[in-house]
Design a protein around this ligand. Structure first.
Ligand SMILES: [Zn+2]
Ligand SMILES: [Zn+2]
Length: 264
């Protein structure tokens, strides 16, 4: 069974293709469940506009389009409505409150930045570092985000680009894996990283995931219509899972975060 819960669209300003084009391509490829996880709108400081995510004003159109497509293609494919988002402690409450008005199904955590994108010069998780403190900080931030119970999966958990010793890498990533395991949050093997030869997925992580017994999920991370399904990176993921003894699952635990600030 082919499922994918990591799909972007033109709305995030760095991917192409409409929702319907992704749906049609996924049906053609034999995908049974397609989850959209475009980069989430994120209310931060007034007047600030993030360049790599959908605008807050785009959210109703995104959600309504997916609701319509869900009906239109019912029986051919199941469509889920999600968002990929960073955990930004400072803005997270406002973020959940904003999304609470929409009928979405799940959140992927994609911790592309440490801290948040406004403070500290927006340090990218993918910037090379041999500083153990940066690695630890990434792990702490991801775990703190998972503890909120808001997330259904960690996308590219290995997006932190630590180039120091393997034992130190694995020691800290074991903390992330244990946290995800305890909270039943699957970790992704990222198809975009595979097909574009990025530093992630990081093979140093695989034995740690196997040892911890994490649920692992394949994510296409489609940024163009053709890759609404990518058989090649999927097959590579199957091989990795087999070789390392990873517990590969097909479905995310769909969950909607409770929204502390709002009345039911
Ligand atoms: Zn993206
Ligand atoms: Zn993504």
């Amino acid at each position: 069974m082919r499922t994918s819960y990591h799909t972007h669209t033109f709305r995030c300003n760095h991917a192409s293709g409409t929702e319907e084009e992704y749906v049609l391509r996924a049906i053609e490829a034999g995908v049974s469940k397609l989850g959209f996880s475009d980069h989430a709108p994120y209310p931060m400081e007034p007047g600030y506009c993030s360049g790599f995510r959908m605008k807050m004003t785009d959210t109703p159109g995104y959600v309504q389009t997916l609701l319509d497509l869900r009906e239109k293609y019912r029986g051919k494919i199941e469509i889920y409505i999600g968002f990929e988002a960073e955990y930004y402690p400072k803005y997270f409450k406002g973020f959940l409150e904003f999304l609470d008005d929409f009928p979405y199904d799940y959140l992927l955590m994609g911790q592309h930045l440490l801290g948040n994108e406004i403070d500290e010069g927006a340090r990218g998780s993918g910037a090379e570092t041999d500083d153990e403190a940066v690695l630890k900080r990434y792990v702490d931030q991801v775990c703190e985000g998972l503890e909120t119970g808001a997330f259904s999966c960690v996308a590219h958990p290995d997006i932190i680009h630590y180039i120091g010793p393997e034992d130190i890498y694995q020691k800290h990533m074991a903390v992330l894996c244990a946290c995800a395991k305890r909270l039943s949050v699957p970790l992704e093997i990222n198809g975009l990283g595979i097909r574009t030869n990025r530093f992630y997925p990081d093979k140093r992580l695989w034995p740690v995931m196997a040892q911890t017994g994490n649920d692992v999920v394949y994510g296409c991370d489609a940024h163009d219509v053709q890759n609404a399904w990518d058989e090649e990176s999927y097959q590579k993921t199957l091989k990795i899972a087999e070789q390392y003894g990873l517990h590969l699952i097909e479905d995310l635990p769909l969950r909607r975060p409770v929204c502390p600030g709002k009345k039911g």
